[in-house]
Write a protein that binds this ligand. Structure first.
Ligand SMILES: [Zn+2]
Length: 414
């Protein structure tokens, strides 16, 4: 997935590999027979070594402020189950994006000290950081965080977090958006064979998307490609006994966090569904969706409207980029529910699939299901999201080298 096979001079490859082995970036495995052809055995190479590490940081924010940082250092293999060497979470009090570089610097120093203690290396031989990746839940363009109503940076302004952090640490820094980082991970683990994918994450208070087009994460002209959460939905299904005004009142559907009305995020995200039913999301998702007469219950209506809104947002992606697979990353209650099990969560998924069919052009919905009869759903556990985000951010450091080498980063120099 990383690169299509291409014809290069073998001598150049050997030279480059030797240099990378010298730097302890690549490690040679044991000789083994070539499974594809007879003749000389092959020596497998992998990214590894104990000289380098990658740091990743997730910035969590709430009420317009950064409230926590989750950081980790991983080896170059960057597998979340095997290769995280050290990790730590700190809560922030009264922090803002403008003093974030200072807090991240402190966390990086803490992680490095802890790692040195764990690895017990002699002075001067500590593992070096190849770079620091930062995940933020905001659009990022040319390395700068774009201001918005929900993150504490005024809309219309942007903030360069990388430069002050590089100045403090002396280490290269790359900043990226949370859902784009989930997509970067998909590039490297090759779970799906398609080269045109949409990754859609139903996060607690917003639906985000990342587009992988022809094997690359597409960020758009200004870093805002793929924002189904801010799609304005067409009128949603209504209970026959309620009009829109009273339903609005009973559901307390307020404006989107961006300030506009009737966006997908107003209906489809766990915090809205949970507060409409006034109970924890995991309980709300299990409430029966139909009564004894097979009529939708209040929970059934609320979740059906949420799923319909989400399906409309997905159709905008289908109609604009025609992905050959959409991967829905959602809480377990939504990702693993079986269709037709009469729970509110199942009603949500049914409505999402139906709206995708209703609002997508021609065979777009069929394409997005990649040969299955439903969209691909995978679990994204909110408890694990900061940790996964930090790992994806660490991986983004490696990706930035690849993007540079392929002339696809902002500097444009291969
Ligand atoms: Zn909005």
């Amino acid at each position: 997935m990383l690169a299509r096979p291409t014809t290069v001079n073998p001598a150049i490859v050997s030279k480059a590999v030797a240099a990378l082995i010298d730097m302890d970036v690549l490690v040679e495995g044991a000789l083994r027979p070539d499974e594809k052809r007879t003749g000389r055995p092959v020596k497998p190479l992998r990214l590894d070594g104990d000289t380098w590490g990658l740091a990743g940081i997730t910035v969590e924010h709430n009420d317009d402020k950064p409230v926590a940082l989750t950081g980790l250092i991983t080896s170059l293999r960057a597998d979340i189950d095997r290769d995280v060497l050290v990790e730590h979470t700190v809560e922030l009090r009264d922090a803002s994006f403008f003093d974030l570089a200072h807090h991240i610097h402190q966390l990086i120093e803490h992680l490095q000290q802890e790692l040195n203690t764990i690895e017990g290396r002699p002075k001067g031989q500590a593992r070096q950081l190849m770079g620091i990746g930062i995940q933020v839940a905001a659009p990022v363009h040319q390395g700068k965080i774009l201001g918005g109503t929900h993150i504490g940076i005024p809309a219309g302004e942007d903030y360069d977090l990388a430069t002050p952090l590089q100045d403090l640490t002396g280490i290269p820094v790359v900043v990226d958006n949370d859902v784009n980082l989930l997509a970067v991970r998909e590039l490297y683990r090759s779970e799906y064979k398609e080269r045109d994918l949409a990754i859609v994450a139903v996060l607690q208070d917003g639906v985000g998307a990342a587009l992988i087009l022809d094997g690359h994460v597409y960020r758009g002209g200004g870093g805002m490609a793929g924002e189904p959460g801010h799609h304005q939905v067409l009128p949603l299904p209504l209970p026959p006994t309620l009009d829109e005004e009273s339903l609005r009142h009973s559901l307390s559907v307020g404006a989107c966090h961006c300030g506009k009305e009737n966006h997908v995020d107003c209906f489809a995200v766990p915090v809205r569904l949970r507060s409409a039913l006034d109970q924890p999301f995991k309980d709300a998702a299990r409430v029966r969706s139909r009564d004894e007469n097979s009529e939708l219950t209040e929970a059934g209506w609320i979740f059906r409207r949420g799923g319909n809104a989400l399906g409309q947002g997905l159709a905008t992606i289908i109609n604009s980029v025609n992905p050959s697979r959409i991967v829905m990353m959602m809480r377990k209650e939504l990702a693993s529910v079986a269709r037709g099990d009469q729970s509110a969560a199942a009603e949500y998924i049914d409505a999402m699939e139906e709206a995708v069919d209703e609002y997508s052009f021609n065979r777009g919905a069929h394409n997005a299901r990649a040969g299955a009869n439903m969209l691909t759903r995978v679990t994204l556990d909110p408890q694990q999201t900061p940790r996964i985000g930090a790992l994806c951010a660490a991986l983004r450091v490696l990706d930035s080298f690849v993007l540079h080498a392929r002339g696809r980063d902002e500097c444009g120099n291969a």
